[in-house]
Design a protein around this ligand. Structure first.
Ligand SMILES: Cc1cc2nc3c(=O)[nH]c(=O)nc-3n(C[C@H](O)[C@H](O)[C@H](O)COP(=O)(O)OP(=O)(O)OC[C@H]3O[C@@H](n4cnc5c(N)ncnc54)[C@H](O)[C@@H]3O)c2cc1C
Length: 384
């Protein structure tokens, strides 16, 4: 008879939740599935974009972890303060917890404070509270220049700042303020979503500019002057703003770095098909990983990849523990909806592991795709 195993899943975001649910479903009860998460509730980040323009409220996109507990996942609320990947143990709330397997799904940490003036001067689009404050600020904003700023690379969901710009533009039009509000996007990228290839990048740029939004690639922010409402860039230029919306700089969580799990990229290197780290029995998935593509750029950070990777890790752990099911390999396939305003969305899909470059196709925006995105949100939140 197999001895009961313990799988510790660190992080209850998209990757951690999918891994926990799949493992619990596939493993007999003598095995423990433990999910460690510091937040009390889970918030569905893709919906922050709708919340920012008043199309969602907090209660519609936030869920408690109670259902996971009902499914039999042990949920520990607490901050992971130490990870020992050799010993496969972690410290949470001052207690050491040991496992047979570790799944590190701690995501990316936001560090807006590393850019002087950014926190004081702008609204963080990437947190629930930031998106809520932005929604309030947008209602008071009736004229001037709105700037959407990508503050550093890499950042999760490469489409999000462009979707945000187009949704905000649509919101201004709906409120009959478009004539008095200018909208600009500044980014250090050479173009939108460059990993998806020049054709897709050009298509997205045309959508943005087609809505009268100014696009300024190659602009890496150095500092913000909140009083003067001015952004200074590394290329020597500067830009004025009246309302600043930003994507914060991302870093690997400190506890992951201290565990010695990171590599040259600053993120966690893993086998790109199994997600195993260089420590046997220790897996990492989602935003915390750094997976280099053949083209020399990293796999974008996105929920769709965290989800797919979690399914692979769970299937392979079930196979390793019970001998049941099939071994799986993550194949780099991904897709995402791209909200463009006017109740429409586009849809990008393809294989990011294709050699020598990812093969991605972007379907033109229409209403059906927007409803597809809404349906996906409802499905995810219902399932949770
Ligand atoms: C505005 C916005 C829109 C987006 N839209 C899309 C989209 O349309 N499609 C898409 O595919 N992706 C989208 N994303 C990206 C997607 O949300 C992330 O890529 C995805 O959540 C990554 O999953 P993850 O499990 O790796 O990390 P996360 O979901 O970030 O989860 C990490 C978890 O770890 C917890 N944690 C961190 N450190 C500790 C610690 N020390 N102790 C305990 N817990 C800790 C965090 O609280 C968090 O819950 C969007 C993101 C944003 C911000």
């Amino acid at each position: 008879m197999t001895q009961g195993k313990t799988i510790l899943i660190l992080g209850g975001g998209i990757g951690g939740i999918v891994a926990a649910k799949r493992l619990r479903k596939g493993l007999p009860q003598e095995h423990r599935v433990v999910l460690i998460e510091r937040e009390e509730r889970y918030a569905f980040a893709p919906s922050f974009l709708w919340l920012m323009v008043g199309l969602r409220t907090r209660d519609k996109i936030v869920r408690s972890f109670a259902k996971l507990k009902r499914l039999g996942v042990e949920h520990i609320r607490g901050e992971v303060t130490r990870i020992d990947p050799m010993g496969r143990e972690v410290e949470v709330n001052g207690k050491v917890i040991s496992g047979d397997y570790l799944v590190v799904a701690l995501g990316a940490a936001f560090v807006p404070e590393t850019i002087p003036g950014l926190v004081e001067g702008g609204h963080n689009l990437y947190t629930l509270e930031g998106a809520e404050r932005l929604s309030e600020a947008r209602l008071k904003f009736r004229q001037g220049r709105m700037v959407i700023l990508v503050s550093a690379l890499p950042f999760k969901c490469p489409a999000a700042p462009y979707e945000a710009a187009m949704l905000l533009e649509y919101d201004c039009r709906k409120r009959k303020l478009r004539g008095s509000i200018a909208i600009d996007v500044f980014s250090p990228e050479p173009g939108p979503m460059p990993v998806a290839g020049p054709e897709v990048s050009q298509q997205v740029r045309q959508m943005v500019e087609g809505n009268g939004i100014g696009y300024h690639p190659g602009h890496a922010v150095e500092r913000v002057e909140p009083e003067a409402r001015r952004i200074h860039f590394a290329n020597g230029s500067s830009a004025e703003y009246d309302l600043l919306v930003y994507v914060p700089p991302h870093r690997v969580p400190q506890v992951v770095k201290e565990a010695g799990l990171t590599g040259e990229s600053g993120w966690v290197p893993v086998d790109r098909h199994t997600l195993e780290t260089r420590f046997p029995g220790v897996y990492a998935l989602g935003d915390v990983t750094g997976i280099m593509l053949t083209m020399g750029k990293p796999l974008p950070k996105a929920g769709v990849f965290a989800h797919g990777e979690a399914e692979v890790v769970a299937a392979n752990l079930i196979h390793a523990i019970t001998g049941e099911g099939e071994l799986r390999s993550f194949d780099g396939h991904g897709e995402c909806f791209l909200e463009v305003g006017d109740g429409k969305a586009g849809f990008g899909e393809g294989n990011f592991y294709a050699d020598p470059t990812p093969q991605i196709r972007l379907h033109s925006p229409n209403r059906a795709l927007h409803f597809g995105k809404v349906a996906f949100e409802k499905f995810w939140l219902f399932e949770f």
